[in-house]
Design a protein around this ligand. Structure first.
Ligand code: HSE
Length: 298
């Protein structure tokens, strides 16, 4: 018996659409046991969303995919899933399932693939690497998938930064949120995002947070997703007015994130503001996860 621990991730960090993500100190745990035959999936911490307990379960489907690639048959399995990452909230719950499935299969088959190799397999499954690569490697990561090669660099984060997650009570499916993005962008918007991506990476690497307000802005997806995330603009405005260094939509949304340095002050001022909005927003202040996905022996 063993347990896999996988972190939540935020993707599309600021202007880094489909390429910059960060692992967060919030985890799902999957305990795995081989059994004589069949599949048993036990969900320990059920959320509002129904998680499949049959062969359509994403963790199981990923295990199956790995076994098929190696021409092997999946053994009987009992999976006990303890979820803490909210589903369909833009916090990488699907990437966490894929990362878990790959780690489980790699361990059961004794294939000894490195986390980098597994991250690449995961990126191919997801189609973009900004959730899955930090899910495996931890920290803030910039990642590019080119011609089936994964290129990534881990970006050191300024120690004084933590992240305020504002998670609403309504879900948003990534597929729906992807459909609203135009297929083409203007040169102006390309320059807008490229310049801010450079500023974001340079700011993080030098520990200089004074430009994050500008460096975390985006024109590739956030403006188009505003109608899908009511109150996004008001929350961003408020967060910046009470000292947030920068703000961005987490992944495809609807979770919003503020990069902050003064946790208590931010929390004290933000909570009452969120409480008077029409949707329910849950505020949690969290650090990045430096470790990424791992196997814990029971
Ligand atoms: N980069 C992805 C998107 C993240 O915005 O669609 C969500 O998986």
């Amino acid at each position: 018996m063993f347990t896999v621990k996988v972190p939540a991730t935020t993707a599309n960090m600021g202007p880094g659409f489909d390429c910059i993500g960060m692992a967060l100190d919030l985890y799902n745990y999957i305990t795995v046991e081989t059994i004589p035959q069949g599949l048993e999936i036990i969900i320990k911490n059920p959320q509002d969303m129904q998680i499949p307990t049959d062969e359509t379960n994403l963790i199981y489907k990923t295990i199956q995919h790995f076994y098929q690639l190696l021409g092997k048959k999946v053994p009987g399995l009992r999976l006990i899933q303890e979820d803490h990452i909210p589903c369909t909230r833009g916090l990488g719950s699907s990437a966490a399932c894929i990362a878990a499935g790959l780690l489980i299969a790699n361990y059961l088959l004794n294939t000894n693939y490195s986390k980098e190799q597994l991250a690449k397999m995961g990126a191919m499954i997801e189609g973009h690497p900004d959730n899955i690569v930090p899910a495996f490697l931890g920290g803030m990561v910039t990642a590019v998938l080119e011609k089936e090669e994964l290129h990534y660099v881990k970006i050191p984060l300024p120690k004084q930064l933590s992240f305020a997650l504002m998670v609403p009570d309504f879900p948003l499916a990534t597929q729906e949120a992807r459909q609203v993005i135009p297929k083409q962008i203007s040169l102006q918007d390309g320059i807008y995002n490229a310049s801010r991506t450079a500023l974001l990476i340079a700011s993080m690497m030098t520990g200089n947070t004074e430009h994050l307000r500008v460096a975390m802005k985006d024109r590739f997806h956030q403006p188009y997703r505003i109608p899908l995330v009511p109150e996004m603009e008001d929350i961003f405005k408020k967060a910046l007015s009470i000292g947030a260094k920068g703000v961005f939509l987490s992944g495809a949304g609807p979770t919003l994130i503020a990069a902050i340095e003064e946790d208590t002050v931010f929390e004290q001022k933000m909570k009452p503001f969120l409480q008077q909005l029409s949707n329910r927003w849950n505020l949690t202040i969290i650090n990045p996860s430096q470790q990424g996905a791992e196997i814990l022996m029971n």
